[in-house]
Design a protein around this ligand. Structure first.
Ligand code: ATP
Ligand code: MG
Ligand code: MG
Length: 546
């Protein structure tokens, strides 16, 4: 069991503190409110909050809401809820859009210093002028505009006198820099779009690479952790901090993003799955969103443990999704009650059991955790077993029920199959069995042995239930041009069966281990007293080894 609680970013921070570069540590988690958080975001949340915590520092939640187009209050609310569910408390709660005025002022300052200019070229022309890795970029005519002209034009941009795309503001850095990001990057664009926070106050919006360093500096962030794609942007990040004369010197540090097998993680793709009806919503239990994982039944602790154990590195990697499943099993093993459920029922009548009689048997709630005590389960003449626990013509080494064979019913008695009842089409619809009262569980009976132990539910007291069984939503084996080609059409299997009567008063998100079937969560949305719905979190066993 590797403990990755120490990682390279911690060493960097420690060094910074040791040499006095910073007095305290401030990190931030900066989601764009354009979708729900996913397990990849959890990695960043755990990293930022726990890094600051290790140094008695602070972590802010900042909504990086500088793009008016795709952002929404629904996402803001969901993001807050998910972070709190994971168990973290942010220090400051900030909106990047509250800094638009200051960002504008700093852009004006850049213009005055001759470090920014208004560009007339179209987006496509700018791209052509930018050059390539082997060819330097070309300076446009706008680059030589006077400071006064730039100031006047930038003000007109702000006042809404130009259409979308007609002008942009560019930083004046170096059109022949080997780092293409420094070839006069665009720092403001025009977008006549209402913003969820600032309404129609602005029609120019700062670009991410200009806005982000300013946001960090304004909030006193010391270590700004982002994913590897931004490595090439770090010189621009530092340029903005230096030349806008903003107070504070945040430091950008990059780490490898989380990729998981059989999982898509970009918000754009997840949104497509929602919008095109492949799933029931952002919180569909098949989604890798935190709200989906929560509804499926994953615990916050299992997700955090997973994020800590996969570690923090600079190298891109692909993590097996079964590792996440491993941690939820570990977390639930000792704390979730064990109970019996029949997913695909087959009626069994015990012909030598007195009619109308019911006895209540003692059953341990969790054999691995005795403190959870015992429960009472009814037994009578009619029970349900699993269809797959009976075969009329079994192969060798089949130890479950077949004509003439005897098995143990968990917590109850031995039963023996005497007769098979079929419908007109020849389907098995009922079994007639006999039981042996001497074999009662816990009685110490040693007269003879059986090889199979079956789970079951007493028929007259059982509660009906719906079970939702999941497979991967995305199948890595099925690649195509479009990620939608890899969507698994059999990701959900809904079956109807029975649970023990003591399950009548379960609450949303209660978790159980169903004997032989795995861990299940009470669906917090669709399950109610008259219709119990259980989501399978994971099966009991996996071939996966840590
Ligand atoms: P996506 O591409 O999935 O939409 P994003 O990076 O655009 O993600 P943001 O809302 O901008 O989403 O991300 C907030 C924070 O979460 C950022 O600091 C980002 O680096 C981090 N993050 C996003 N995806 C991952 C991931 N897969 N692994 C680790 N960190 C991630
Ligand atoms: Mg984004
Ligand atoms: Mg992205």
């Amino acid at each position: 069991n590797v403990n990755n609680s120490s990682h390279f970013i911690k060493y960097i921070v420690q060094e910074d503190l040791d040499k006095g570069a910073y007095e305290h540590v401030v990190t931030r988690f900066p989601p764009e409110p354009n979708g729900y958080l996913h397990i990849g975001h959890a990695k960043s949340i755990v990293l930022n909050f726990e890094l600051a915590d290790a140094f008695n520092g602070k972590t802010n939640l900042r909504f990086d809401d500088t793009n008016p187009l795709k952002e929404d209050q629904e996402f803001v609310d969901a993001i807050k809820q998910d972070i709190q569910w994971l168990g973290y408390e942010w220090d400051g709660l900030f909106y990047a859009s509250n800094y638009f005025e200051e960002m504008y002022e700093r852009a004006v300052l850049l213009i005055k210093k001759g470090l920014a200019y208004v560009e007339d070229l179209t987006q496509e022309e700018i791209r052509q002028y930018r050059g390539t890795l082997t060819e330097p970029g070309k300076e446009s005519e706008s680059r030589s505009r006077s400071v006064d002209e730039n100031l006047a034009l930038f003000e007109k941009m702000r006042k809404g006198e130009f259409a979308n795309g007609e002008k942009v503001l560019r930083a004046k850095i170096d059109m022949s820099s080997p780092n293409i990001n420094l070839r006069d990057p665009v720092i403001y664009r025009i977008s006549h779009t209402e913003h969820h926070n600032t309404g129609d106050k602005w029609c120019i919006y700062p670009m991410y690479s200009y806005a982000h360093p300013l946001e960090d500096a304004i909030e006193g962030v010391t270590h700004s952790i982002c994913t590897l794609e931004f490595e090439d942007q770090r010189p621009l990040y530092d340029w903005v901090v230096a030349h806008t004369e903003i107070e504070g010197t945040p430091k950008q540090i990059e780490f490898a993003r989380l990729n998981l097998t059989n999982t898509v993680m970009s918000k754009r793709k997840l949104k497509q799955l929602v919008d095109e009806g492949y799933v029931d919503g952002w919180d569909d239990p098949r989604m890798p969103t935190l709200s989906g994982l929560r509804r499926r039944g994953f615990t916050a602790d299992s997700i955090k443990t997973f994020c800590r154990e996969i570690g923090v590195s600079k190298a891109d990697n692909l993590v097996d999704v079964r590792m996440l499943e491993h941690f939820v099993r570990e977390d639930l093993k000792l704390q979730s009650p064990r109970t019996m459920s029949v997913l695909k029922p087959l009626k069994v009548v015990i012909t030598n059991y007195p009619e109308g009689e019911v006895e209540w048997l003692d059953a341990e709630v969790n054999p691995e955790n005795e403190t959870m005590g015992t429960r009472q389960i009814p037994f009578s003449r009619e029970i349900y077993i699993e269809q797959s626990d009976f075969m009329e013509n079994p192969p060798k080494k089949y130890f479950r029920l077949f004509p003439g064979n005897e098995v143990r019913l968990k917590h109850a008695y031995f039963i023996k199959c005497e007769e098979v009842i079929k419908d007109e089409e020849g389907n098995v619809i009922e079994l007639r069995c006999t039981y042996d009262p001497e074999t009662k569980s816990g009685s110490g009976f040693t007269g003879r042995k059986v090889k199979g132990t079956l789970h079951w539910v007493e028929a007259t007291h059982a509660k009906e239930a719906e079970f939702r069984l999941y497979n991967s939503l995305i199948d890595d084996e099925k690649s195509g041009d479009d990620f939608l080609d890899a969507v698994n059409p059999e990701s959900l299997d809904v079956v109807h069966g029975y649970v023990e009567p003591n399950m009548a008063d379960v609450k949303g998100n209660d978790k159980f281990q169903f004997f032989r079937h795995g861990y299940f969560n009470v669906d917090p949305k669709d399950s109610h007293e008259d219709k119990l719905v259980f989501n399978r979190i994971v099966e009991l066993k996996s071939s996966f080894k840590l």
